[in-house]
Design a protein around this ligand. Sequence first.
Ligand SMILES: Cc1ncc(COP(=O)(O)O)c(C=O)c1O
Length: 418
Amino acid sequence: MSVSLLAQNLHGSEIIKIAGEINELKRQGQNIANLTIGDFDSNIYPIPTPLKDKIIDAYNHNQTNYPAADGMLDLRQSVSGFLKRSLGLDYAPNQILISGGSRPLIYSIFLAVVNPGEKVVFPAPSWNNNHYSDLLNADAVIIPTAPENNFMPTADDIRPHLKGAALLALCSPLNPTGTMFSKKDLEEICDLVIAENKGRAAGEKPLYLLYDQIYSQLTFGEHKHYDPVTLRPELKDYTIFVDGGSKCFAATGVRVGWGFGPELVIENMKAIVGHMGAWSPKPEQMAMAKFLTNEADVNSYLDDLKEKIQASLTALHEGFQEMKAGGLNVDSIEPMGAIYLTLKIDYSGKTTPDGKVLKDSADINFYLIKEAGAAFVPFSAFGTGDDVNWFRASVGATPLNEIEALIPRVKAALEKLK
Ligand SMILES: Cc1ncc(COP(=O)(O)O)c(C=O)c1O
């Protein structure tokens, strides 16, 4: 008995392996601060109350049949208004597609614009582009990035790879790093896409840009979110945005995503999402439609969520900076957006008290889970090599006091390494 080649070639999730280890230790009674999952603890971060009330209300009114294939018109109109109001982006309801969270949007973008064997260009670390490329049997061109540029790709990194590519997949604020494009870097990359498309023959499939901005509402302090179409309006014909309510409203289980872009691509994505049946549930769509139009409710929720997430990220960042100042081989990059902090824990080659050599980032991670009760995700789970000793810490599912408490435990565990 066997399964398809595609199924055989799919990679399982690294994060699920780590979760297995954590659950086993928890069963044995260990206290683990779990900073691995890109989710929220809904008791710390419940969804907006008006959104919840409206979902319940829609069920009470029996709104339980099929929604429209591209999403309910009311919701597409609300999303259109929200995009205009919050980001200055002009998209009509027929350029917007609703799906059950944002994942179906990403998959349908890949399916709508990439043929098997065609080049898909994306940076590492980044989230899941490798898996979507595998699903399509695309030629994944993975661009390494550097801590000096906050692990964001530059035009120089990307330039050699765009010739003939079908898709460039970018994300900002970025999962796993919590860092963002600077205006200049994104402008320079946009100019590469424009130049590549100018060079293509009439009628040839263009290079499309997938721009995942699902964390765009979660930015901190001075850090401003930029997008390709605002910076270079001529990219409107080639840019397909991935966006939605999962992260900015801590509503990962509510499943309302919105994508927007050129009508032709959106139309094709709509057919694909329809065949998958990956619609967003109708009551959730109706509730999100009403919620998004209430600017005061949206803003007060976002202000509160951002304040709490930023406090957690800052506590972790400061804790790591203190360890660094104390001579430990760690570092962290200032949090800019999303729910993630980038951590360096550079201890490969070191030996544990029971004589085991930590050979790579996965070993360091498992050592910290056991010895410090602190779990992160190595960047290797996001497409980098095992030798990259940088990690993602996700703060949405852990209370601030537990984040503060893990710092001395990590410090003590690292000090034991020889
Ligand atoms: C960058 C990025 N895009 C998209 C998604 C998918 O979100 P959803 O839960 O709406 O499918 C995630 C989820 O972790 C993400 O981190």
